[in-house]
Design a protein around this ligand. Sequence first.
Ligand SMILES: [Zn+2]
Length: 141
Amino acid sequence: MPGYNAHRIFNYVIFIAIAALALYESINPEQLLALSIGFYIGTDFLTPDLDTESTAIKRWGRLKILFLPYKWAFAHRQSSHNIVYGAVVRILYISIIMLFLYYVLFKSFPSGAVFFSAYIILFLIGIVIANALHVLLDGIF
Ligand SMILES: [Zn+2]
């Protein structure tokens, strides 16, 4: 099973090709930045290996406690490693936590329009691609 750094190297090498292709397809620099940030978060923090005591979960420091329910709910390398909905479930999971914190801080929810901006969508696509590459590499080894 590839370790944390093997996943990172694999993901970033592939991402160079994705970024080159995106630029070739005339994505603008701000959109590429949104995609890149999502990809970084998806590779280094919001990985499928949050379902086990992995390097990825240790990188969350004390905040790793947020993922205890996630670890209990998802057995290692089962549905968390589904190439289609694994990332979607993780994005929903962290979004609910962030919405809760937002509500606690501001006593209201953010406007729904925020979630449909092109940048947020590219950011989420970055996470989904990073997670898919993780699952593919796990599948090879
Ligand atoms: Zn994995």
